[in-house]
Write a protein that binds this ligand. Structure first.
Ligand SMILES: NC(=O)c1ccc[n+]([C@@H]2O[C@H](COP(=O)([O-])OP(=O)(O)OC[C@H]3O[C@@H](n4cnc5c(N)ncnc54)[C@H](OP(=O)(O)O)[C@@H]3O)[C@@H](O)[C@H]2O)c1
Length: 287
């Protein structure tokens, strides 16, 4: 297959690039809105450019890792977030090729107390969540073959993320307050990339919406304790604080655990626990 990967300079896009080396029978086209040495320019909001690229390179499958991911900035500029996270999905979905798209736990309200299934009602409470949910609908309206994978708490050895921030702060500070009243599941982008390849390599194409994170649950506080432990940071005291003490600009879900049963059953896979996955990431950062 000829596979177009968008947003290749991001966390997930870079992990897709790394893993593509283990799947050499496909031809890959890594693209992003910004050109780099090994990334071609392709703005997913540019309908003409996307159609020309798909046609010229005989693309069979688009893996959309591009997104507007800054949750706080999206509150101030929902129009731009809507263009990238939603309207571009109408562009990608109308190319007559298969699409694998990544969405988010933010499509849910985060007020449940049990893991969310794919069939649960979406009720986004943020601009980011609204734009991602619109994107899901726009993609499904134009592409019957679409696979949408909702994930959460993504981190990687590439780009900026919570894991890298906590390692830096743990080395700089003697004390750190981290919220313990937001529960979710950290997801190593390398494991999400592996899940995407599971979908790609499946002998049967199974369109639809899926949930994928690592296994297990924790709070951001527990996650930080684990990050410091695995990175050998011993001199920073981590204190559990409440969300109201942190004063978020944008409301964060209190409980956003995704039920992954459908993905595991459909594709016959087991998913690594978040602690084990975190250990692999921290090791790759040479901490
Ligand atoms: N990060 C999380 O915690 C999280 C949680 C749940 C779901 N997700 C979803 O997972 C997916 C991957 O997230 P990620 O963390 O890998 O994102 P990321 O690191 O922010 O990467 C996204 C990439 O897309 C690029 N991009 C932005 N606008 C574009 C456009 N118009 N055309 C082409 N590329 C464009 C970005 O470039 P610039 O940086 O230059 O804008 C960036 O390189 C996204 O769909 C995201 O919504 C993420």
């Amino acid at each position: 297959m000829n596979i177009l990967v968008t947003g290749s300079n991001g966390q997930l896009g870079n992990e897709m690039r790394v893993l593509s080396a283990s799947h050499p029978r496909h031809t890959y086209f890594f693209t992003d809105v910004t050109e780099t040495a090994d990334t071609q320019v392709l703005d997913i909001t540019d309908r003409e450019a996307v159609s020309a690229f798909v046609g010229a390179n005989k693309i069979d499958l688009i893996v959309n890792c591009a997104a507007y991911t800054n949750v706080d900035k999206a509150e101030d500029d929902e129009a731009t977030a809507m263009k990238i996270n939603a309207e571009a999905l109408a562009v990608l979905g109308s190319q007559g090729v298969k699409v694998i798209h990544i969405s988010t736990d933010y499509v849910f309200s985060g007020e449940e107390h049990v893991p969310c299934r794919e069939t649960d009602k979406a009720a986004p409470r943020t601009a980011y969540g609204r734009t991602k949910y619109e994107g899901e609908k726009m993609l499904l309206a134009g592409c019957e073959e679409a696979v949408i994978i909702r994930t959460a708490w993504l981190y990687s050895s590439f780009g900026n993320n919570f894991v890298k921030t906590m390692i830096r702060l743990g080395r700089e500070k003697e004390q750190l307050g981290v919220v313990f009243d937001q529960i979710g599941t950290p997801t190593y982008a390398a494991d999400l990339a592996a899940a995407i390849f599971t979908v790609i390599e499946s002998p049967v194409w199974h369109p639809g919406i899926y949930h994928f994170t690592n296994e297990g649950v924790c709070s951001w506080y527990d996650f930080t304790i684990a990050i410091h432990d695995l990175a050998g940071i011993r001199n920073c005291r981590v204190l559990p604080i409440l969300s109201e003490e942190y004063q978020y600009k944008t409301p964060r879900p209190h409980y956003s655990v995704l039920d992954k049963s459908k993905f595991k059953k459909t594709f016959g896979v087991e998913i690594p626990h978040w602690y084990e996955a975190l250990g692999r990431c921290v090791k790759s950062l040479s901490c």
